[in-house]
Write a protein that binds this ligand. Structure first.
Ligand SMILES: Cc1ncc(COP(=O)(O)O)c(C=O)c1O
Length: 306
């Protein structure tokens, strides 16, 4: 899916035009995938643009880099101001996707990344409405397995890791599915290439646990908390692939994907379209990101002064 980034970009502490936000071909991250990144959304609620769970995304961004001893001189406040400032300078008043990332710059061909390795920091933003059809998508379980902690840390959101997601997506799309479901090394359900998975069984939510190599999604955490407030219990555990065919409802969660129902797995229908639990979670999520309901304390950061 092509996107058009907004003209103003934050690069290394300054707001610059997109045409000036360039890096040399010698940039380490281009060669070795040494870039820590986040995907964040901001929502326009009629009065202001609100960045959703900004502090949690900044925390995860820094943690991702720290797995690889990457350091940045920017504080959490600097990063927060860079993000809200980039949105504001582009005058955004619609659903927005925010991509902050920091990456190793000039470090030759050394594979020994250390805190002294110079890093660069950028924030780009662009309008983004729905990533998937809210009415539901088809998925297929792909043959390529999710990488696990025995190879590289699964909780580090690093650009290099996304080759695994890209490989899985290519297989799913070439097989005629809209999205892939990946299994972990042990053959249990892990996640989609860029989203977590939930199953609904007997009115309960089930999602693969950490040992299943799934990223600890911020949307997943939001959904678990919202479910609790709706009286819907949620469980983290191993999920066998067979459960993809015996669950009443299945949905994906992610910042970009939001909450999206899965209507078929491997060509077999899941229920009769998006079910009641999925619908109530979708509604609660839409309320939370817009600052409606009471479950969103501290989750919204305004872009424009009140
Ligand atoms: C591999 C993977 N899993 C899950 C998610 C969902 O995470 P979040 O809800 O924090 O966006 C993402 C998106 O960042 C992802 O890339």
């Amino acid at each position: 899916m092509g996107v058009t980034p907004c003209r103003t970009v934050w690069l290394d502490g300054k707001f610059v035009d997109l045409s000036e936000a360039t890096v040399p071909v010698t940039t380490h991250a281009l060669h070795y995938g040494t870039a820590a990144f986040e995907g964040i959304r901001a929502y326009w609620n009629g009065d202001n643009l609100y960045v959703f769970r900004l502090a949690d995304h900044i925390r995860r961004l820094k943690r991702s880099g720290s797995f690889y001893d990457m350091a940045t001189t920017y504080t959490d406040d600097d990063i927060a101001r860079a993000i809200t400032g980039t949105c504001a300078r582009n005058g955004l008043r619609e659903s927005t996707y925010i991509r902050p990332f920091f990456f190793v710059g000039e470090w030759g061909i050394s594979l020994y990344v250390r805190p002294e390795a110079p890093t660069r920091f950028a924030v780009i933003v662009f309008p983004l409405d729905k990533l998937f059809n809210n009415g539901g998508i088809s998925v297929g379980v792909v043959s390529c397995r999710r990488f696990n902690d025995a190879s590289t840390p699964t909780q580090a959101k690093m650009s290099g890791n996304y080759l695994n997601s890209i490989y899985a997506t290519i297989e799913a799309q070439k097989s005629g599915y809209e999205e892939a479901i990946m299994l972990d090394q042990a053959g249990n359900v892990s996640e989609a290439p860029g989203a977590n998975i939930f199953l609904v069984q007997d009115g309960r939510l089930i999602t693969p646990d950490r040992a299943s190599s799934a990223l600890d999604g911020i949307t997943r955490d939001t959904v678990v908390r919202l479910a609790k407030s709706l009286g819907i219990p949620a469980e983290f555990r191993r999920v066998s692939p067979g459960e993809l065919h015996t669950s009443e409802e299945i949905f994906l969660t992610g910042t970009a994907a939001e909450v999206v129902p899965i209507t078929s797995v491997g060509g077999r229908a899941v229920g009769q379209g998006p079910g009641p639990v999925t619908r109530s979670i979708m509604e609660a999520y839409a309320d939370a990101v817009a600052g409606r309901g009471n479950a969103s304390d501290g989750w919204l950061t305004p872009v424009y002064p009140a």
